[in-house]
Design a protein around this ligand. Structure first.
Ligand code: ADP
Length: 458
């Protein structure tokens, strides 16, 4: 492309020079023998400007002296002259054997000289010539010739090729270096992350995934750090759970052990009252173990639910009667308010467990106000069950924690009342399994209402 671009550039330069030179020569007011303008054109465009008279003698000559002389050589000039169509610009070339010849078949002809050793005395390489007979000093036999020599392109191309090889080598080396740096930048944090992940897998928990460099890697590190945080939380929870359960098991066991020892050593302590205490503690232990087992099975998804459509009002009536029998000796009164019997689809035993836990809590947290109301309210095709107490209530900010196992309400885990600390978590698992809406409303010192809503089945 370089060669053809260069030729086109030169052809343009010659053409432009010619047009400007012709205007100056034709302008009678200008002295063309010593024209600064022609000199400038010749210099700027690197062209030679020549004017021949009728006889072939050079009238003016600006530009390269070598081509000027060659062109003005009699014979060459004669050939141009013979070839040139009168009154028109023409471009021509010299061919080794044929002499001047056109390249195109129209009036303006682009003609480029070859290296013409054999062609008479012309020993130019490539020359572009633009010539035309023009009117000057009253005759039309003056030939204005503008020509420019084409420098040989081959050496330039060879130089460029060598340079290109060097440039290519440098670019390849730089590209390899650059690729290496970038891949190193990507792989280094990935290596660190793999190391950290391996440590995490082997049980180390104080791991930090350090973000470095690329946005995606930073994001991944943040996500992994979040995962580590969550893992740590689960670990802590598990440890807390174990500690709490151990604590809850230890207290009744110590009591049972203590009473048994005392009753063995001191026969007068062998009373029904002390035996009752032991039985109470054993029951507590039993409840605790049952709760732990129940929650574990529920959370692991291994608990089986036997769903059936049953009369929940009937079952609740029965439960309330039993609970009243159990608690009335301690002054509690559990009321059941309902309009009519309804059926729902659920696991009746599990729902009974829900009511049992709600009622136990109501009793545990009732204080002196020993009234508990269980309400059944029908609303369209839904039924709402509420267990209402008038006890100590729950602080607004604690409400969201009470459904978690070992609810944070009781931070030191020093329960003054009965309970495993798992009751509401079991309730939550059961109600969520049934997709029943549930919740609690409470006011400190006024009481709490725990409720759930189920669909009525006919
Ligand atoms: P717990 O064995 O401690 O009662 P639960 O899971 O049944 O465990 O309840 C979690 C916490 O919610 C209780 O420790 C208590 O602080 C609070 N809570 C539950 N029911 C009531 C209630 N009816 N009145 C006041 N607080 C309650």
């Amino acid at each position: 492309m370089l060669e053809s671009n260069y030729k086109n550039y030169k052809i343009n330069a010659v053409e432009n020079s010619y047009i400007e030179a012709e205007n100056i020569v034709k302008d009678n007011n200008q002295d063309i023998n010593n024209s600064e303008k022609l000199k400038d054109i010749s210099n700027n465009q690197e062209t030679s400007i020549l004017l021949f008279d009728d006889s072939g003698s050079v009238v003016i000559a600006y530009g390269a002296s070598e081509s000027e002389i060659k062109i003005s050589d009699d014979e060459t000039y004669q050939q141009i002259r013979d070839y040139a169509p009168r009154g028109k610009i023409f471009y021509m070339t010299f061919n080794n054997n044929i002499g001047p010849m056109p390249l195109h078949d129209n009036d303006l002809k682009v003609v480029i000289t070859d290296n013409s050793k054999e062609f008479k005395k012309i020993s130019l390489d490539n020359v572009i010539i633009c010539a035309k007979f023009i009117n000057y000093k009253g005759t039309s036999n003056y030939l204005l010739v503008v020509e420019s020599r084409l420098s040989p392109v081959a050496p330039a191309v060879a130089t460029l090729k060598t340079q290109l090889v060097y440039i290519s080598i440098i670019v390849i080396v730089l590209a390899v270096l650059f690729a290496f740096i970038i891949s190193w930048q990507i792989s280094r944090p990935l290596k660190d992350m793999t190391l950290a992940a391996n440590q995490l897998a082997s049980g180390k928990r104080d791991i930090k995934f350090i973000g470095r460099g690329f946005k995606e890697i930073d994001e991944l590190n943040n996500t992994l750090n979040y995962a580590v945080e969550e893992l740590n939380k689960t670990d802590t929870l598990q440890k807390e759970l174990l500690a709490n359960i151990s604590h809850d098991l230890k207290t009744p066991l110590t009591l049972i052990g203590g009473y048994a020892e005392m009753m063995k050593d001191l026969p007068e302590e062998n009373t029904a009252q002390n035996l009752d205490l032991i039985v109470d503690e054993v029951n507590r232990l039993n409840n605790l173990v049952n709760d732990v087992l129940s929650l574990t099975r529920l959370q692991a998804g291994t608990e089986t639910f036997n769903l059936s459509v049953y009369d929940i009002t009937l079952s609740l009536n029965d439960l309330v009667k039993r609970q009243n029998l159990l608690w009335e000796s301690r002054g509690f009164n559990i009321k059941f308010e309902y309009d009519k019997n309804v059926k729902i689809e659920a696991d009746s035993h599990k729902i009974e467990q829900v009511f049992y836990n709600f009622i136990s809590n109501a009793i545990n947290y009732s204080g002196d106000k020993k009234e508990i109301i269980i309400k059944q309210e029908i609303n369209g095709d839904m039924v709402k069950f509420s267990v209402i107490d008038f006890g100590c209530g729950i602080k607004e900010e604690d409400l969201k924690y009470i459904w978690n196992r070992y609810a944070r309400v009781d931070k030191n885990h020093s329960r003054t009342v009965n309970g495993s600390g798992l009751g509401l978590s079991i309730v939550k698992e059961i109600l969520e399994y049934h997709h029943f809406e549930y919740g609690v409303t409470s006011k400190v010192n006024e009481g709490s209402t725990f409720y759930f809503v189920a669909a009525i089945k006919e």
